[in-house]
Design a protein around this ligand. Structure first.
Ligand code: ZN
Length: 300
């Protein structure tokens, strides 16, 4: 109950911040600043229609740009677990998902609609479902992160902050799955790893220090979850990498993006030197790949 009553507001603030920042997945800094300087999202659907028309015009002017034929849309479902009623109501009242959808629609063209939803799922999860092309973020996962960070001694405020940052990383991971599917992106290796790298790329390139903190919070969550556990055969066979691997991969992306700035990740022993030496090259390849893959779909 502490989670529900204590943290509702902070969740909203950070989710709103996340979704506003997500709108910065755009081709130049000027557009980003324009968006962030604007007042909160207009609920007027004409705004979105205007954005679509602009994008279609752009695609006609620039043959390398893909036409915009879809939107991120919100589909609210009624909450079934009383535990999350107040959180659910607040998210809806504050139009957090609507704002997220609007910002994303200003930044990315789509070949078809993609649905965004938060809900009580009955399980700890967040997922992209290609059958109905939807991203679902479960309230249970937010609570799970909060409890994880509390379990290692975080204060309520610290646990709140790190939970919100980890949520950012996971949301961008799911966005990675969504665009891989929607854009039919050529992913030649494990898609779960590609989605993690998409999230890291957006966090580092678009969100800056806030994004790095999101990656590190998620990495901490991976480490806490895996502590003391011996991987089962099922875990080893799973399409997801082991949490320990996600931890080191995440650190590799951050360190590789700026080795001198994030040297402490190696000097303090979080990331072994044998891996770290290759991280600058790993990050460069990741950033180049995602930049190239998203470019045709970015709105001018
Ligand atoms: Zn995934």
């Amino acid at each position: 109950m502490k989670f529900k009553s204590r943290n509702k507001f902070n969740i909203l603030v950070v989710l709103a911040t996340l979704f506003l920042i997500l709108g910065c997945v755009c081709p130049n800094a000027n557009n980003s600043r324009d968006d962030s300087d604007n007042p909160p999202v207009s609920e007027d659907q004409n705004d979105i229609s205007d954005a679509n028309r602009t994008s279609d015009d752009t695609s006609q002017r620039n043959p390398n740009k893909k036409p915009d034929r879809g939107d991120f849309v919100v589909n609210h479902s009624s909450v079934t677990n009383p535990r999350y009623e107040s959180l659910d109501r607040s998210l809806k009242d504050n139009k957090v998902l609507e704002k997220a959808a609007d910002r994303l629609n200003r930044s990315l063209a789509l070949p078809h609609d993609i649905t965004l939803r938060t809900k009580a799922c009955g399980v700890i999860n967040a997922f992209y479902d290609p059958r109905d092309r939807s991203i679902t973020f479960c309230y249970e996962l937010m609570e799970h992160f909060y409890k994880l960070f509390k379990s290692v001694g975080d204060t309520n405020d610290q646990a709140n902050e790190r939970m919100n940052r980890a949520i950012t990383f996971v949301f961008l991971h799911e966005l990675g799955h969504a665009v891989i599917d929607a854009y039919e992106l050529p992913i030649t290796a494990n898609e779960e790893d590609a989605a993690d790298r998409c999230s890291s790329y957006i966090c580092i390139e678009e969100l800056g220090e806030d994004g790095v903190r999101s990656i590190l919070a998620a990495a901490d969550a991976f480490a806490i979850e895996s502590k003391g556990r011996t991987p089962s055969k099922r875990s080893l066979a799973d399409e997801h990498l082991l949490q320990e691997q996600r931890f080191f991969n995440s650190l590799c992306m951050v360190y590789g993006s700026n080795p001198s700035k994030y040297n402490y990740i190696v000097s303090k022993g979080y990331l072994p030197k044998a891996r770290a030496v290759r991280c600058p090259s790993e990050y460069e390849k990741t950033a180049r790949a995602w930049s190239k893959l998203l470019e045709p779909w970015r709105k001018d």
